[in-house]
Ligand binder design. Structure first.
Ligand SMILES: Nc1ncnc2c1ncn2[C@@H]1O[C@H](COP(=O)(O)OP(=O)(O)OP(=O)(O)O)[C@@H](O)[C@H]1O
Ligand SMILES: [Mg+2]
Length: 386
């Protein structure tokens, strides 16, 4: 099964290119579903038909779905939320605020992702294409499994078995309601699902991110920041698509300066993301809506290539052995060494790069080894273990 996520700055053409890709994939015989995790859904507009929270067939082999995260949250978080509201209420926080607090930021994205996990489990589709919200939300989306997992582990550290023994005493002495067994059960399920989700997303043989760009300065800057994030989290980016490139056939002098500006930005894009392949999509003479125009656009981008192929499959994070020592190596371009901060705590390694934070659960071979040092080697951060 193949999972492809389309991300990029607001308005660059994510929905359009995700839709175009899905049409080509279906045409090639892959049973494909395109889902959107953006609360401001626009897949319906791109395909010019109404999509909803359950999959609807768009064409032979092609299905579409606009996820309603609120429905999913209610289904999976309902019990825990009831407990949290009671917990907050016992602390004198009034019900309206308690309701707000019981749903944390990033939760909508998280539960949208759970749909990917479901399709991964059922295996009913060959290809899942995800049209993501603009970059900021996507970063939250992709860090949600890790961050939530961490919170759950640290907020509810009491094991369920211990809970049985502690409850009779705890419920008398604690100034807040002690969680019932069903809460622990629900948390355990959720934590398990999060771990699976993370495994699916980090599996570079199945899952990859496609970054959509326009040949504009601000867009490239944002893509560079996002790329650093993806590398830090170990997500694979397999393709860059530059959208709205002015066609070479335009000779109108009005556009001549624009064309040369775009050319230098295209060079910058190649240099920034090499060796990831870069494809181009031209600026069309009209908005790209409806299956016919989308398919045309898809064909002009991918030409004869299989749109579901893994265009690049190098993982940004790997463990190597150098001079008898294990080295955790991360591809982290666009970073100054002074931006880096490392802390190790048991099996966890906290990496802070500028304003980005990541806590890595160390791979098995690195457990019980201490960090001996770190250095930048060209664009890779190399963390050496004792
Ligand atoms: N190459 C192109 N030529 C002409 N119009 C385009 C092109 N690419 C996208 N568009 C049009 O630009 C608009 C925005 O595109 P789209 O919705 O795909 O962007 P987006 O990145 O998904 O935006 P958002 O961040 O709001 O989700 C749409 O009306 C689309 O038809
Ligand atoms: Mg969109």
């Amino acid at each position: 099964m193949r999972i492809i996520l389309f991300t990029g700055k607001g308005g660059v053409g994510k929905t359009t290119l995700a839709a175009a890709t899905s049409i080509l994939a279906a045409r090639q015989g892959y049973k494909t579903i395109i889902i959107s995790t953006d609360a401001a859904h626009s897949l319906s507009d791109a395909f010019e038909l109404e999509l909803a929270n359950s999959p609807r067939q768009i064409a032979p082999n092609l299905f579409g779905q606009e996820i309603n995260a609120l429905e999913e949250i209610e289904k999976k978080w309902g019990e825990i939320k009831t407990y949290l509201v009671a917990l907050f209420a016992s602390q004198g926080i009034d019900t309206v605020e308690a309701e707000e607090l019981s749903v944390f930021p990033g939760m909508e994205e998280l539960f949208s992702l759970m749909e990917i996990r479901r399709y991964h489990q059922t295996g009913e589709y060959d290809c899942v294409i995800v049209d993501c919200a603009p970059t900021g939300d996507t970063l939250r989306l992709l860090s949600a499994p890790e961050i939530t997992g961490w919170y759950l582990k640290h907020i509810f550290p009491i094991q369920r078995t211990a809970a049985k023994a502690v409850r009779p005493v705890a419920s008398r002495v604690l100034p807040f309601p002690f969680p019932e067994d069903n809460i622990f059960e629900a948390l355990k399920n959720l934590t398990g699902q999060l771990a699976e989700m993370k495994d699916i997303l980090e599996d570079g043989r199945k899952t990859s991110i496609r970054m959509i760009l326009n040949p504009e300065k601000m867009v490239i800057k944002e893509a560079q920041r996002a790329y650093t994030f993806f590398c830090l989290f170990g997500y694979a980016v397999d393709l860059i698509i530059v959208n709205r490139v002015l066609p070479a056939s335009i000779e109108d002098p009005y556009f001549s300066n624009w064309k040369s500006v775009q050319k230098s930005h295209l060079r910058l894009i190649e240099e920034s993301f090499a060796p990831i392949p870069v494809l181009e999509a031209e600026l069309r003479t009209q908005e790209v809506v409806g299956s016919k125009l989308l398919e045309e656009m898809g064909k002009s981008v991918y030409r004869d290539a299989d749109p579901t192929a893994l265009f690049f499959s190098q993982k940004p994070m790997r463990v190597e052995k150098e001079d008898g020592r294990f080295v955790l190596s991360l591809h982290l371009p666009f970073i100054e060494k002074s931006d880096l901060d490392l802390t190790q705590k048991g099996e966890e390694l906290f990496i802070r790069v500028g304003h980005l934070k990541r806590n890595i659960l160390l791979p098995r071979v690195l457990l019980n080894r201490e960090v001996a040092g770190a250095r930048f080697d060209r664009e890779r951060l190399k963390i050496v273990f004792q």
